[in-house]
Design a protein around this ligand. Structure first.
Ligand code: PGA
Length: 251
């Protein structure tokens, strides 16, 4: 059966000492209260090694926020999937809307990144989601289905089974505007149906689909109560231990 997961996405926030302190605080909080879900923090590349050394991997998973679309070589400034894996990280966020929007990531580059992540034993947290215009003009279901199909449907069923999906409506990210629990449920059920159409119902049922976009302790219980919402990808509210733990404890 699929897992419930709460994953933090720190984005480009915190210095290394600040990040290590926050990670330690979250790890300690999780040791004190047993979570009813898997908990992960995805941190900047510079933080991976010191954070790996500061947390208890038995209670808190670690991930990167991106990786390169090449294995190694003359790609100045890039960080590869083998490098990420060598830090002890187990997850990598791929295709976040900020990467798609500001850094021109396409389904084609994302397929390379997903393949390299899987080859190196990393679990991709693959992000999808429509922009406001697509929500308003009613094309959101097709847009999101296309992102899933183009980014992931080249995978074998076995490899697809290793993917975590995160539905993040772009209009809800960092805006304080959360999708309603009904909107999230409808989309998650739609995504699961799209997966079932390609890989069958069993694979679809085993896929964790997280919700992201202004998720906080106050709205997490309602969102996570929906049958197809298997947790959250948390931006702003993952930067304070108490806020993040409030969401973890929604399970
Ligand atoms: P937010 O970001 O929680 O700050 O809206 C979520 C995300 O972009 O992953």
């Amino acid at each position: 059966m699929r897992k419930n997961i709460v994953a933090g996405n720190w984005k480009m926030n915190t210095t290394v000492p600040e990040g290590v302190a926050l990670a330690k605080e979250v790890s300690e909080a999780l040791k004190a209260t047993k979570a009813n879900c898997d908990v992960v923090i995805c941190v900047p590349f510079t933080h991976l090694v010191p954070v790996a050394g500061a947390i208890d991997a038995a209670v808190l998973g670690l991930g990167a926020e991106n990786c390169a679309d090449h294995k190694s070589g003359a790609y100045t400034g890039e960080v590869s999937a083998p490098m990420v894996a060598s830090t002890g990280a187990k997850y990598v966020i791929l295709g976040h809307s900020e990467r798609r929007q500001y850094y021109g990531e396409t389904s084609e580059t994302l397929r390379e990144k997903v393949a390299l992540a899987l080859e190196n034993g990393l679990t991709p947290i693959f992000c999808i989601g429509e922009v406001l215009e697509e929500r308003e003009n009613g094309t959101f279901n097709e847009v999101v289905a296309k992102q899933v199909e183009e980014g992931l449907f080249n995978l074998s069923a076995e490899d697809f089974g290793k993917i975590v999906l995160a539905y993040e409506p772009v209009w809800a990210i960092g805006t304080g505007k959360t999708a309603t629990a009904e909107q999230a449920q409808d989309m998650h059920a739609h995504i699961r149906a799209v997966i079932a159409g390609k890989y069958g119902q069993e694979v679809a049922n085993n896929t964790s689909i997280l919700y992201g976009g202004s998720c906080k302790a106050s709205n997490a219980p309602e969102l996570f109560a929906k049958p197809d919402v298997d947790g959250g990808l948390i931006g702003g509210a993952s930067l304070k231990c108490a806020d993040f733990m409030g969401i973890v404890n929604a399970f």
